[in-house]
Each structure stands twice: as C-alpha cells, then as structure tokens.
Design a protein around this ligand. Sequence first.
Ligand code: AMP
Length: 557
Amino acid sequence: MEYQKLASVYERLEITPAKLEKTDIIAGLLGETPDELLDIVPSLLMGRIFPDWSQLELGMGPGLLYDSVCFITGVSKDALKDTIRDEGDVGKATEKLLEKKVQSSLFSKKLEVREVYEKFEKIAGAAGAKSQDKMKRILSDLLNSATPSEAKYITRTVLDELRVGVAEGLVRDAIALAFDVPKDAVERAYMITNDFGVVAKTAKAAGEKGLQGLKMKIGVPLKPMLSQIAPSIDDVLGDVEDVAFEIKYDGARLQIHKNGSEVRLFSRRLEEVTQNLPDIVEYAKKAIKEDAIVEGEAVAIDPVTRKPRAFQYMLKRFRRKYDIERMAKEIPFETYLFDVLYARGKSQIDEPFKNRRKLLEEIIEPIDKKFELAKQRITHDASVAEEFYNEAIEMGHEGLMIKNRLASYTPGARVKHMYKIKPVMETLDLVIVGALWGTGKRTGWLSSYVLGAKDMETGEFTSVGRVGTGVTEEQLQEFTDVLKPLIEYESGGEVRLHPDVVVEVAFQEIQESPQYKSGFALRFPRVMRIREDKSPSDAETLERLKVLYEAQRGQAK
Ligand code: AMP
C-alpha cells in the first residue's frame, strides 16, 4: 500500500470532525489494508509507530527533526521556526516549504507504507556514537522521497502529534466495523494484547472467536489500571459494599513478569527497567513462586528512619545508566505488591480483587522489608479506616488506596472501583504544552508553564491554564533542562512545547474560563513536581476535569 493512501486518509480525518464519519473512514482503510500491513496500520492511524509495550522508541525530538527539515528544504532554522509559528505546526510548515521546492524535484518512486515504517524502525534502532547524525540522515532520506502532503504527516508522526483526532476508541470501533465483530470483543482483546495490530489481524482472520482466544503473554506489559480521587472515606463506604483499604506507597509502579528463571520489570509507562533494578529482580526471582505477572510499588525507604525518601531521589535509580550496583546499595528499594494479572497459566483480570489478592498471597513468599504484599485492611467501619489512614500518613506514606473487592482488573482504564485518598486531595497530573521565558531573576529559565489536558475524543491536548508559582530555583533549572529540547517554536517570550512532560499541580479549585481552549482554568495552581513516571497518556483528561468540576460544584451547593 502506498503511503500516499494513508496520507490522504489522514487528510480526510483531519477535516472530518464527526466521530461516526471518522470511524467509517478508518474502517474503510482497514478493510482495504493488506494482511501484511494490518499489524502496523492501526497504530499509524493514531500517529503511533510502535505498540505501547514495545521497547522501540523513535527518540527524535523537535531539534533533530528540524535539522532534517532544514536540510531537505534548504531553509535556516530561524526561517523554519517562523514558518511553524505562522502555520501552527511543523507538519504544515514542512508541507508548505516543500511545495515551494517541489518543481525542482520529481518523485521517481512512490513511498510505500512498509518502507516508511522500516525507516522509522531504523531510526529507533540507530545506536552508538553518531546516532543522532544517523537518525537525521535516515529521516532526511525519507522526507526527500515524500510528497509535501506525505512529509506533513511523517514529520507529525515523528513528533507524536498527528493531529487528525484519532484516539483509541475510534480505532476500536473501526476494527469492529471493518471486520464485523462486536466492539466489546475488540476492546477486550486490546486490553489483553495491548496491540491493535494483533487485534485487527485476528479480527480479520478469525472473527470474534479468534479475538476471544487471544492470550496474555508474559513479557508483554499491560496498561495499568488507574484510580480516581475519592471525595472521602465515607463516600466510598456508602457506595461500595465490600472494600479493602491499602497503604498508598509513594514510589514507582512496577509490573513484574516472571517466566521460569527470567524476571522482567516494566515501569508504569511500560518501559523496561529490568537492567536498572537488579536488586528487585533478585528478590522477585526468590519471592514469586511461579510464572506470573504481578504489580506493585517500589519505594525507597530510609533504612534508619523507615520513612519513604523523596520521590525525585528515588527516580534517580530508574534513570541511571551506569553505577547501577552502587546505586542499588545507596538507595535500596522495597517493593509492595498489590495485584496479580496473570498466574496459573492464565489471565486473572476477570477475577474479583479479593480472589486476586488471595492468589497473590499464595504465590508470593514475602521477603521481610524487601519484597512484600501491600498492607491491607478489610473493614466497613469508617473509624477503623480513618485510623489506618492516619497510621499510613504517620509512617510517611501518601495515603490510602480504597478498592472494591468484587471488581475485576481493567487494563488502561481509570476505573470507578479503585480510589486514592491523600491529604492534599486537589492535585492533578497535567501535561506541559507551553512555557514562558522568565524575566528579571528568572532570566534564562523557562519559568511559567502552560498546562494541557488530553481531549479523549480527539487525542489532542487543550490548555487548562498556566502555572508559575511554587517552583524553586532548583526546579527552574530542572524544568528548563527537561523542556528546552522539546521547544517546537517561540514567539515573543513564549514557547510552544512538544507535549511530553507530566507535572503534578496542586490547586484550589477548577474554574470555568473562556481564556483557555478547554474552557477551564485552575485557581491558585502550584507546581509540585515533574512526574517522570507518567507519560502524557497517563495525565488527566479533559473529560475528567469536567467531572471534577461538576463534582466540585455539587459540593458547593
Ligand atoms: P496516582 O499515581 O496518584 O494516580 O495514584 C495511583 C498510584 O498509586 C498507582 O498507580 C500506584 O503506582 C500507586 N500505589 C501505591 N500503593 C498502591 C496500592 N496499594 N495499590 C494500588 N496502587 C498503589
């Protein structure tokens, strides 16, 4: 299949706002996609190249991309940035610049989808010294053989900002429509495999039965189930019949896959972190008695005070590429397991939580203060729960998780049966989509940040206000270092950023505001910390903001 075909579908999706029409367009394309491309086309339609669980990553930020675009269009970086500012994004800017150039270069051969994908694979695989040059060369080659409209979507795909308004829900519906299978079956198969490519192929080849037969695989991480903020313990007790309270450890979530003598660890963002945490691997080998996928929280607890250490401190170990053994000694981790997704040769996600916990107790031989089960209390008595909550806070933990013991595990969903309760309730994890260069004492630093929440309908980030308070000098430096490579373009003192960094923001309330695209703004926002463990897709969505806004209004009445 020619890439131009995909590009023209992107083109149509971009100008079609209606969901049903979009679904038809996608289903049409999937129906025509040859079998050997069905594993990659569904992801490409969402602007993603590799499935979420894949350890392949393109790793090209705006800087490298711009170099390639400048190289093939022959314009300077400043001229490119000006065009991006005028056109609104790098895709349109590249298209425009190439259109001007087009008369001089005739396309000898049409680009194939497979060829584009393979070039992306090569970029992701470029390693070692000079890898950046290699990446730029491959991308320049690719852009050189692309038409202006193809180049528009290639550049956007590279930056993971396709802007055609296709999120997972649409792809799910389109697979169901294209291959005449129920949406539920597609959804379920996607949860288990975490890969729309596999789902589409199976739906086409073997229909609903085939989808039902898809199995979870040890080694392929699943999207984590996400919790909600609980208004109060009483509220949850009023709503849920059978509840378990657990300590909410303030660490990093880990999905642990054990297969025979092999243990692999995945972060909440599904990145493999096995190499970084050899101590946890060793504990897991000893403590997990059979093949399984379990989940837990790794926390750095000070061995003397028994208090958890600062989150940032702990993340050091996740980032570390050298001196790993020394770091393991300096910052020992304790792991507290709270769920099991696979064991006894099959998926466990449909089992109620109480059965999963029981199974977890059966398959884990705890190692004291190293690798244990999350502390749990089952009660329907609010005062017992309050006491447990106070205990958790006193021990230095974040608060409690409240779980419905009858509920199943839904990968990737923010469910209504797992809650968190913390002392500072009003914090949100949002994506930084823009920033302002500081003035006066803050000159040289990016010091005020535009926050975005994902609109699940379109998959795009819309702004929900700005935050500049609560940032220490140390954080200013940290934020600037992290954000600078993500600058897409600048205008005045304002920069637009590639949405990649998640920040935790405290605030007093959510207000309606015509000033921001989302229609919302946060009152008295304060920066807490960068959430390196979270990817933009884990951040709060616009839909959630609306729910929180409504809930808040309800409370005010
Ligand atoms: P948050 O990151 O604030 O949305 O809170 C949810 C996170 O708390 C989960 O993703 C886990 O990483 C973490 N967590 C800590 N302790 C537990 C626990 N006992 N059960 C579930 N999640 C926990």
